[in-house]
Design a binder for this molecule. Sequence first.
Ligand code: ADP
Ligand code: ADP
Length: 225
Amino acid sequence: MNQLSLKNINKTYGNGVRAIEEVTLELSNGMFGLLGPNGAGKSSLMKTIVGLQRPDSGSITLNGIDIVTDTDFIKQQLGFLPQDFGVYPKISAYDLLNHLATLKGVVNKTARKEQVLALLDKVNLYQHRHKEVHTFSGGMRQRFGIAQALLGNPQVIIVDEPTAGLDPEERNRFNNLLSEIGEDMIIILSTHLVEDVKNLCPNMAVMHQGKVIAQGKPSHFINSL
Ligand code: ADP
Ligand code: ADP
């Protein structure tokens, strides 16, 4: 069982905006919902957890290891699916994932090939592996993003508004995939969709103006949201 602990995290940007204020959270395996309106500080918190920025103060540990200072450990143990992946190169899904695996440090060629094919299979894109990712539908791209986030076998993945712009069927398919993966690892789902958090996440937190204003099981307080 993995344990991710955030203690008294603070982050103020250069412009004086206090984006994260005294955030303390305990997460273990399964899906954790992060709810809050635009500007609440969700992205700032996620960037801080994945190591894209450092908190001004506070500690973050994964299974007892300080991930603020140990940036190599962070790179191995955390996967991130950003809201906007950007522009995809004109190479096949297989080649792209294989390349990203190399960047992630999976050096052994046979092991890498095995991992890439297993991940494409896991996200149901195996039969589409020869196609270029920019030709994929929105749902396929998001599933590809999950395969990318899972490279190197991380213990935590963070997904930012993953179902924005997906039709209901693709959204369901994507959410089922997340639930399945979440059995063995920590998944942080940042979203403004209360419904998704209610259906998918055993635990959640609500952020508002940089602070966690509520946390616990969705059933305890979601009716008031
Ligand atoms: P959310 O993801 O919940 O919409 P953000 O973390 O993006 O919230 O933003 C929290 C606050 O921090 C907002 O007021 C936003 O304008 C500000 N902010 C976010 N990123 C930066 C930045 N790089 N520099 C300055 N202010 C920022
Ligand atoms: P090498 O990398 O030595 O050229 P590989 O057999 O690993 O030889 O792959 C050659 C190319 O064939 C890859 O770059 C890739 O485009 C494609 N390829 C190989 N195996 C697969 C596979 N299982 N699924 C999809 N494409 C593959």
